[in-house]
Ligand binder design. Structure first.
Ligand SMILES: Nc1ncnc2c1ncn2[C@@H]1O[C@H](COP(=O)(O)OP(=O)(O)OP(=O)(O)O)[C@@H](O)[C@H]1O
Ligand SMILES: [Mg+2]
Length: 245
């Protein structure tokens, strides 16, 4: 577990790739493991605030949207009060997103793997590069494939992995698969751990995916070079990087 508050910014200029859903899912898992999680909900639609509005989730506190110029200081202050701070940013490449990247210990760049997603992810990677230059530090980042099919890997996604490997761009080995449970818990306004099997098909499977995502996130926060040496692997399954298939 990280010793002091770490800031994870989730940023992608493309809308609807699952930034907010990922944040709420991963927050549920981190909170369940006993970490005190703060979320800055800077999505204009305030999905996290809405999610927590009726049933608070233990160990998760959300802060409502602040102005772009307040993002850096807000996240930096939140760092003092939480083990992990998650920043849910709007789907654009604006000043607020740049500020979140500047404050981050890790930036997660979600992508659905299409070529359009790829172009949009490249914009966000450009922002990370710029902020790294301005700050004279390498801001760690990982691309995260989202809303992917758990059962099959289409050619487009295989190509996307191939391109990342060729460009030596780091990505999470776990994917945020498209699963009903990841939709239902948000709509129900509860932690994913409070769902029943009747409410979400394949809940067990979704929790397995979530645990793979959470343990990889914690590992990268502890050691930003985690998993990088395995990048020439030709597979990418939802398994820890050290498990041979
Ligand atoms: N892993 C997933 N499994 C199933 N549905 C998902 C998943 N991720 C996202 N969705 C669905 O996709 C839609 C968009 O997701 P979400 O709002 O999280 O994206 P976003 O990147 O935050 O969008 P925006 O850029 O508008 O803020 C929602 O209807 C959500 O329920
Ligand atoms: Mg969102």
């Amino acid at each position: 577990m990280p010793e002091s508050g770490k800031i994870v910014a989730v940023a992608s200029s493309k809308g609807g790739v699952g930034k907010s859903s990922y944040i709420m899912a991963i927050a549920s898992a981190l909170a369940k493991s006993g970490l005190n999680v703060g979320i800055l909900d800077n999505d204009p639609n305030q999905p996290v605030i809405e999610w927590l509005s009726e049933n608070p989730v233990e160990n998760i506190t959300a802060t409502a949207k602040v102005s772009d110029t307040e993002v850096f200081d807000t996240l930096d202050n939140m760092r003092e009060n939480y083990d992990i701070v998650l920043a849910d940013m709007e789907g654009s490449a604006n000043l607020g997103v740049a500020m979140a990247i500047a404050s981050a210990d890790l930036v997660i760049v979600p992508s659905q793997g299409s070529s359009l997603d790829h172009k949009e992810a490249a914009k966000t990677l450009g922002l990370i590069k710029n902020q790294s230059k301005l700050q004279r530090r390498d801001i760690p980042f990982r691309i995260l494939f989202t809303r992917t099919n758990q059962a099959i890997t289409p050619r487009t996604l295989k190509r996307a992995y191939q391109q990342l490997r060729e460009r030596k761009l780091p990505y999470m080995k776990a994917e945020f698969n498209n699963l009903e449970a990841f939709k239902v818990f948000v709509e129900e306004g509860r932690s994913i751990y409070n769902l029943t099997d009747a409410e979400a098909p394949n809940l067990k499977g979704a929790l397995k995916v979530l645990h793979a995502l959470a343990s990889e996130l914690i590992a990268v926060l502890k050691d930003p070079s985690y998993g990088l040496e395995t990048e020439d692997r030709s597979d990418h399954a939802n398994t820890p990087a050290d498990v041979k298939e």
